[in-house]
Design a protein around this ligand. Structure first.
Ligand code: PLP
Length: 390
């Protein structure tokens, strides 16, 4: 068999490899604490589960329109108004099986040999993987620890060339928990006026998981980008629905038909019952979301304090998502060696920063979607392990 060349260029999410290794060690009887996994450790709120069950009982068993059922797109539009203050036509919304699918569509639409796509590094590994698959040139945007893992708008703008087709922004971010300050977004958007050929994919899947009362700054709110901004959001993280596979994209009018055509070619539509559950999630009570964010906020405080007690670790306070991203350079270990040895020898699963790009060397990603006891125990194990080696 001869595979298409692009297949050899596809990357992956190494978080899944670490998860598989942690599971194997557990099955072999080892006590492993998993701070590697990027999903809420809460169940989906019961009212949402009930809405899906009801939809199945009510006979919602068939295909739906490829862009999603109308009441769900209206619920998303209402949510965009309520939370981002933006009036969005429901016909610009495309419902997809998970946030990742909007990412795939946007990168597939703009990527081809000769094109350049800018993406955050360290960043969600699928950005680079898909860019390379299309044959486009991936251009990493460095994120800076001393800027709370935000980018410098000036640096981003300086990397734009006539070949740049798409710029990917992710705030709050995986893997750093970084939040790009509104002033930096203002500077970026002002500068983009000089580059009207560049489309923007704003991955805001963690928009609802922000701390300290700082409101989420959305690129959707910049009207001057309306005809070239693709917003990626979804239910996975906000409503603890990662396994349901449900997300939405807000597309510029001129790109909606292309997104829908991709949907028709790949998945036809999202399963109907899940779409009805999505309506209940957006329009039903939000107290479960608020309770989850409060729990994450407390765990964030604990994990940052504990990580900063480990010799050689330095961890800034993340502004969003549920990841801490300590600098581990002073331990003398590379990110990959520390990841592997902490798993094998200390029984703690975390992810090497290099899994998220070259600028991730010298860092580890900790997911604090775990109990406070597990977080404290994991950090104690790491501290002991490091102290024995100094
Ligand atoms: N974008 C970022 C930054 C993520 O971290 C993730 C999941 O980890 C996704 C998108 C994908 O979300 P979904 O599970 O809804 O496809």
């Amino acid at each position: 068999m001869q595979l298409a060349a692009g297949m050899a260029r596809l990357g992956t999410e190494t978080a899944f490899d670490v998860l598989a290794r942690a599971t194997r060690l557990r099955e072999a009887g080892r006590d492993i604490i998993n701070l590697g996994i990027g999903q809420p450790d809460f169940p989906t709120p019961p009212n949402i589960v009930e809405a899906a069950v009801k939809a199945l009982r009510d006979g919602h068993h068939g295909y739906t329109p490829a862009n999603g059922i109308r009441p769900l797109r209206e619920a998303v539009a209402e949510d965009m108004w309520k939370r981002r203050g933006v009036d969005v036509d429901p016909d610009r919304i495309v419902i997809v099986p998970g946030g990742k699918v909007t990412m795939f569509m946007a990168i597939a639409m703009f990527g081809e040999p000769g094109a350049e796509i800018l993406y955050p590094d360290p960043g969600f590994p699928i950005y680079r993987s898909l860019i390379e698959w299309t044959g486009a040139t991936p251009v990493p945007i460095a994120l800076h620890e001393n800027k709370g893992y935000a980018f410098s708008a000036e640096e981003v703008l300086a990397q734009i060339t006539p070949r740049t087709r798409l710029l990917i922004v992710n705030s709050p971010a995986n893997p750093t928990g970084g939040v790009v300050p509104k002033a930096e977004l203002d500077r970026l958007v002002a500068g983009l006026a000089r580059h009207p050929q560049v489309a923007v994919l704003s991955d805001e899947i963690y928009a609802r998981i922000v701390y300290d009362g700082v409101p989420h700054a959305s690129l959707l709110a910049y009207r001057e980008l309306e005809d070239r901004l693709i917003l990626l959001d979804g239910w996975s993280k906000t409503y603890a629905m990662t396994g349901w596979r449900l997300g939405w994209g807000v597309w510029p009018k001129s790109l909606v038909d292309h997104a829908v055509r991709l949907a028709v070619n790949v998945h036809s539509c999202v399963n109907a019952a899940t779409q009805w559950a999505g309506i209940e999630a957006l329009k039903g009570p939000q107290d479960a979301v608020e309770a989850m964010v409060r729990a994450f906020s407390e765990r964030r405080r604990v994990i940052v304090e504990e990580l900063n007690r480990i010799p050689g670790f330095r961890c800034p306070m993340p502004g969003g998502a549920f990841y801490a991203f300590p600098n581990i350079r002073d331990t003398g270990f590379s990110a990959r060696e520390l990841q592997d040895r902490l798993l094998e020898e200390a029984g703690v699963a975390v992810i090497a920063g290099t899994s998220f790009g070259i600028f991730g060397e010298g860092y580890l990603r900790f997911s604090y979607a775990a109990s406070i006891d597990a977080i404290r125990e994991a950090c104690a194990r790491i501290r002991t392990w490091i102290e024995q080696r100094r």
